[in-house]
Design a protein around this ligand. Structure first.
Ligand SMILES: [Fe+2]
Ligand SMILES: [Zn+2]
Length: 383
């Protein structure tokens, strides 16, 4: 089974181009080669609030990146820190992508100024209407214990829990139908959520960006901080939010792939369907993405409406054919720019890759075997 890497069509949310720490032309000048963040964050440092500033990147992103600034910069004026951090982020955006980002902003503006939402209440988070009480209580308690009480982990690194209320799922499905109707009537050509789905829509393009940001920050990041700390779970700072639709007259299945995310939330919204099981086959780093699967990594899962699955983006997965009815899922790819930046400086193997771990154990086993062998020979020759 060979694997595809699914990425979004959304230019604003693509992963940074590979670049390392060296100087790089960013279209409006060069970035100096000594411009880099610290490996170890200043955890005690209280970051500034950038909400009121005109920025190219989100204020939350800058606040979470701030603790990685060189120590002598931490107390500099906000403007100066914002410029430094934005320059670092921009050095990973080639000039062509900057142009695409601007075009995409215009595209989104066009939808938002023409599309009439059916149910405006969905666009602002209302926890008591959106979430089931047990989920909400666990988030409010905000402890590992409270999370463990509501989630199950049927296979390592895959967390399943009841999340959305039935009424909310139905209302969101109606809203999706409404904007699909508008797309058809207005003959508006919409961008699909990623390179693998021909149906579905990007919720961020239809005015859901702020709501989904709050969903990530207030409800997914607390869980990810506990369950996915080693892949930037506590510093998730941007997202790509979309719905996908499966059925005989939609996308039927989804090939084996990894997501362009650190953590993925996948919630089933409905409707009636059969088939469409998700299959998971172990977490892998870039180097090992196409390596074989160990038997303990095989896990298949049947989704039910309202239920959420939370997993690492690098956890290889796909979905089987939806054989009847319609299956519509809400996906939130959560990303951490801090994690992506830090990954470039790391020399160790990633602890979360199943194959890296297997290789490490193999090396340890063979070095013990060699030592035992040497010991045996030595004692034989002295006997
Ligand atoms: Fe996926
Ligand atoms: Zn690996």
């Amino acid at each position: 089974m060979s694997l595809q890497s699914s990425s979004s069509d959304n230019p604003e949310s693509q992963s940074p181009a590979t670049g390392g720490n060296g100087a790089r032309n960013k279209g409006n000048g060069t970035v100096s080669s000594n411009m880099r963040l610290k490996l170890k964050p200043s955890k005690e440092h209280e970051p500034d609030d950038y909400e009121d500033m005109e920025l190219e990147y989100s204020a939350a992103l800058l606040s979470s990146l701030e603790m990685y600034l060189p120590s002598n910069m931490l107390n500099d004026p906000r403007q100066q820190k914002a410029k430094f951090m934005q320059d670092i982020l921009t050095k990973y955006l080639p000039p062509g992508e900057r142009r695409r980002a601007i075009k995409h902003r215009e595209y989104r503006q066009k939808i938002i100024s023409n599309y009439q939402p059916q149910n405006r209440e969905l666009y602002t988070i209302d926890p008591t209407k959106f979430f089931v009480p047990a989920f909400l209580k666990a988030i409010n308690d905000n402890t590992e214990q409270s999370f463990r009480r509501i989630v199950s982990e049927p296979s390592p690194g895959i967390f399943v829990f009841e999340m959305l209320q039935k009424d909310f799922c139905e209302a969101l499905l109606e809203e999706i139908e409404n904007f699909e109707k508008w797309v058809t009537e207005a003959k508006f050509r919409i961008m699909r959520p990623n390179t693998m789905n021909k149906y579905g829509a990007v919720l961020d393009d239809f005015g859901f960006e702020t709501m989904l940001d709050k969903l990530m920050e207030g409800f997914i990041r607390p869980l990810s901080r506990v369950f996915f700390a080693e892949v930037g779970g506590s510093t998730l700072d941007s997202h790509h939010g979309f719905v996908v639709e499966y059925g005989q007259d939609r996308d039927v299945d989804l090939g084996f792939h990894v997501d362009d995310s650190e953590v993925t939330l996948n919630v089933c919204l409905g409707k009636q369907f059969s088939g469409g099981e998700l299959f998971f086959r172990g977490t892998r780093c870039e180097k090992h993405v196409n390596t074989g699967t160990q038997s303990e990594e095989i896990f298949d899962y049947s989704h039910a409406p309202g239920q959420a699955v939370l997993h690492r983006g690098r956890h290889r997965h796909g979905s089987r054919a939806t054989t009847s009815g319609h299956r519509i899922n809400l996906l939130l790819w959560c990303r951490s720019s801090v994690f992506r930046e830090m990954k470039r400086y790391q020399k160790d193997f990633p602890s979360w890759c199943g194959e890296c771990n297997r290789e490490k154990k193999e090396r340890q086993r063979s070095s013990i075997a060699t030592r035992l062998d040497m010991f045996r020979r030595e004692s034989e020759s002295t006997a």
